[in-house]
Design a protein. Structure first.
Length: 114
């Protein structure tokens, strides 16, 4: 099982980034997918979630209206489009999959700074 993340980096406030998480080794279309983040000195928090069947979505209040989670079951990939980024969005972002078992991606750094 692998969740391979890409797309992080350094961006100025107000900028955009798109994170990707490519999955393999399990039935992706059956898994609920989420993005979590962990800022320095803080616990890991749920950012966004997308369900397996209906692709319904949920977001943390802090990112509503700015972030969009989506999935492409044909590519076994989940995305997190992040717009209007703020310095407080700086964190390591993790992809998370839950089917009958849970899996974590390796994490990718997102830094929002001028």
């Amino acid at each position: 099982v692998q969740l391979v993340q890409s797309g992080g980096g350094l961006v100025q406030p107000g900028g955009s980034l798109r994170l990707s998480c490519a999955a393999s080794g399990f039935t992706f279309r059956s898994a609920a997918m989420s993005w979590y983040r962990q800022a320095p000195g803080k616990g890991r928090e749920l950012v966004a979630r997308i369900s397996s069947v209906s692709s319904s979505t949920n977001y943390a209040d802090s990112v509503k209206g700015r972030f969009t989670i989506s999935r492409d079951n044909a590519k076994n990939t989940v995305y997190l489009q992040m717009n209007s980024l703020k310095p407080e969005d700086t964190a390591v972002y993790y992809c998370y999959a839950y089917s009958s078992t849970s899996y974590w991606g390796q994490g990718t750094q997102v830094t929002v700074s001028s």
